[in-house]
Design a protein around this ligand. Structure first.
Ligand code: PLP
Length: 446
């Protein structure tokens, strides 16, 4: 039976992260991702100071797992003039979050001070349906978004939608400068630029940006970024010859922003650095860059037990106790974003002591080693931790060094991946708790 209270509780909120931050019952969730919004604001200001040009906060993938709304509003309050997401659906959600928070739209703010939202992965569109009532491109134009275009067929669909709606679409022409991912290839650029010019003359589009993405910005000696820059400048000449004058040229994500001053141009797109992580800790760590990791994933021990030497732990019995042992159960698993590759290696901190997961990571739970259950003389040792004790999977190292906390970088290393994947894969089951000044609510209307 559905009561009205039930349906109210399940009505989707326009700010899904706000709902996610509140468990259905207080105390129902044992695990929690604590997101430090002050760290996010600090990182934004730090990156802006390094870049010296306007910056875009990249908030795709639910702000790299940190929560779209709170991060977007915090980034704006820290001076971001752009917000960027990959998919159109994310951009539409972001626009509702901003509208709800009273953030001005570019169209309603002729001063040009309203933040802009760029999205760079458009859905596949049939140009003959682009202007239909339910067309995603109509929704995109109605949401006052900046859109990326790489192909003639995308342009055709966008023109059709803009014509039917009687608006001018703000476009950023994406060129492929060597990554071979999205973007127009050199050989297709003249035709695309000519078509854009015709659309500009017709008033259906405005080409505001020319952009690309670097593939090896974390490899300062590869020579790759110099090649990207050369191809970018060639593309810029082609575009100018077609009579287009895009005023916002952008190429750099966090790596380019930090390590290639020539790539900063008119705008930088900061993702990972905003969250306090280095694009490549082997080149420079968070601390060396003056960045503060903003996410702390914590849980609690829900069971503590003693097992005999030789006893196997978890599926497949891949780890056996080397001695009589204390182990603890933590209610987080691979469905929560703890990589299965962390089996018997993922680092955790319990009461300031570092230990690891033992045995395989399960869907919802892991077992951690709590140490020997007997001393050197064979006398029983008491359990070193108790049910309810906090377990930290990753977070920011305690500046005072009081608490041993593993980092997302250490997790990435343990699992053979990158810090980006560690934070973005955090599951939707984990509530996010926001701490730090503002907690996202202090964004002032421009
Ligand atoms: C994800 C992404 C970014 C942000 O990259 P970081 O390395 O996280 O700063 C910037 N631009 C594009 C096109 C992206 O896809």
């Amino acid at each position: 039976m559905t009561t009205s209270a039930d349906s109210a509780a399940t009505t989707p909120s326009t700010a899904p992260e706000a709902a996610a931050a509140r468990p259905p019952l207080p105390g129902a969730a044992t695990s929690c991702a604590v997101i430090d919004l002050e760290a996010i604001a600090h990182n934004g200001r730090r990156l802006a100071q390094i870049a010296g040009v306007p910056w875009m906060a990249v908030v795709k993938a639910d702000a790299y797992g940190h929560g779209l709304g709170p991060v977007a509003l915090t980034a704006l309050s820290a001076g971001a003039s752009w917000l960027g997401v990959a998919q159109l659906a994310e951009a539409l959600t972001l626009r509702s979050v901003l509208d709800e928070a009273g953030v001005a739209r570019p169209a309603g703010e002729p001063s040009g001070r309203a933040p802009r939202v760029l999205t760079w992965l458009l859905p596949v569109m049939d140009p003959s349906r682009a202007g239909a009532e339910d067309s995603p491109l109509r929704a995109a134009l109605a949401a006052d978004l900046d859109l990326s275009v790489s192909t003639l067929s995308q342009l055709e669909a966008l023109e059709a939608a803009a014509r039917l709606q009687g608006v001018t679409a703000r476009l950023h022409l994406k060129v492929d400068t060597g990554m071979s991912r999205g973007g127009a290839m050199d050989e297709d650029l003249p035709a695309l630029a000519a078509a854009l010019r015709r659309a500009v003359d017709e008033g259906t589009v405005d080409v505001v940006g020319l952009w690309s993405h670097l593939s090896r910005a974390d490899e300062p000696t590869s020579g790759s970024t110099e090649e990207h820059l050369t191809r970018y400048r060639q593309a810029e000449r082609v575009v100018q010859e077609a009579g287009l004058r895009p005023s916002i040229r952008h190429l750099a994500a966090t790596g380019g922003l930090l390590w290639y001053p020539q790539a900063r141009m008119d705008l930088v797109r900061a993702g990972i650095g905003l969250y306090g992580l280095s694009p490549d800790p082997a080149v420079a760590t968070s601390a060396e860059l003056g960045l503060r990791p903003a996410m702390r994933l914590e849980s609690a021990l829900v069971q503590v037990k003693r097992i005999d030497a030789g006893r196997a732990v978890s599926y497949g019995g891949t780890w056996s106790a080397p001695t009589d042992r204390w182990v603890g159960l933590v209610p987080l698993g691979y469905s929560d974003g703890v990589p299965r590759a962390a089996s018997s290696t993922g680092p955790v901190g319990v009461g300031g002591v570092m230990t690891t997961i033992v045995g395989r990571v399960c869907m919802d739970q892991v077992v951690i080693d709590l140490g020997p259950a007997r001393d050197g003389a064979g006398a029983p040792l008491p359990a070193p931790a108790r049910v309810g004790d906090t377990v930290v999977l990753w977070g920011a190292p305690d500046a005072a060094g009081r608490e041993a906390v593993p980092t997302a970088d250490e997790w990435a290393q343990a699992c053979g991946t990158i810090n980006y994947e560690i934070v973005t894969r955090l599951g939707t089951r984990i509530p996010r708790r926001y701490v730090g000044a503002g907690a996202g609510g202090d964004y002032a209307r421009p």
